[in-house]
Design a protein around this ligand. Structure first.
Ligand code: GLP
Length: 245
């Protein structure tokens, strides 16, 4: 594991964007899984700025959606695909044809999860998964308990996740109760995982994920066994990591 601790969120965003830019420069058609959520937004903005400045061609990336609420179409303002489109696909000029969605509104959600896994396989696996850290240790929407071999699937959201996502959608009643997520198996097989964590509220769970026991109760703890993991955390999120205590 490579752990990078930055003084603040802006530096976290710059370091993350630099890592992504290096990957894209060496493999312009890299297959990537991208988290939404607040944490990677600064990084995506920085990457867009790098693209503007240097002419880096980001348009050939093959993007896989990490997670989606069940029952929401792409045009619903709460759709995570819509969020990814606004924050990443459009600024990076990535055409829809380069994107593998987890369509939350598909009539047969189980079938689309299977198709998603086939698409990952057809792409030759994932080069980079960019992940945030749920307050309960979830990755994507792999809610605890989550086994490392769990496939891409429909999942019931935990109360904690509903609560923590309520702030985006104007109250907990507006948060859907089920979601689709890329499976732990897909994420852990990625050739490289970048985990980003920012702020005090992530300090406890980041410590458990990186230094606690590897357990289904903290899905992110399986990252300790990932082939290649880079963690970028700002000082506040890293505050409880043991070498800092
Ligand atoms: C959400 C999403 C994850 C995201 C995580 C952290 O519930 N399902 O994909 O990475 O929680 O979000 P944030 O970066 O806003 O803290």
């Amino acid at each position: 594991m490579k752990l990078i601790i930055t003084p603040d969120y802006d530096e976290l965003s710059r370091r993350g964007a630099a890592l992504m830019a290096d990957l894209i420069a060496s493999k312009p058609d890299a297959a990537v899984i991208l988290a939404t959520g607040e944490t990677p937004m600064g990084m995506y903005r920085e990457l867009a700025a790098i693209r503007q400045r240097s002419g880096l061609d980001t348009s050939r990336l093959r993007v896989f959606q990490l997670d989606a609420y069940l029952g929401l179409g792409p045009d619903d303002p709460r759709s995570l695909y819509g969020w990814m489109k606004r924050s990443f696909l459009d600024p990076m000029q990535i055409p829809d044809t380069n994107v593998v969605r987890l369509p939350g509104d598909a009539p047969d959600p189980r079938a689309v999860c299977a198709a998603y896994e086939q698409a990952v396989e057809a792409a030759g696996g994932i080069d980079l998964s960019v992940l945030g850290l749920g307050p309960n240790g979830h990755l994507g929407f792999n809610e605890p308990p989550a086994e490392p071999r769990s496939p891409s699937r429909v999942i019931d959201l935990t109360e904690e996740s509903i609560e923590s996502n309520a702030r985006y959608w104007g109250g907990r009643d507006r948060v859907p109760r089920q979601a689709l997520t890329a499976g732990m198996s897909v994420l852990l097989a990625s050739r490289h995982v970048l985990l980003v964590a920012s702020g005090e509220r992530k300090a406890g769970i980041l410590q458990r994920a990186l230094q606690g026991p590897v357990t289904p109760q903290v899905p992110a703890s399986y990252l300790q066994q990932a082939p290649r993991l880079t963690v970028i955390a700002d000082q506040d999120a890293a505050a409880l990591l043991r070498r800092y205590s």
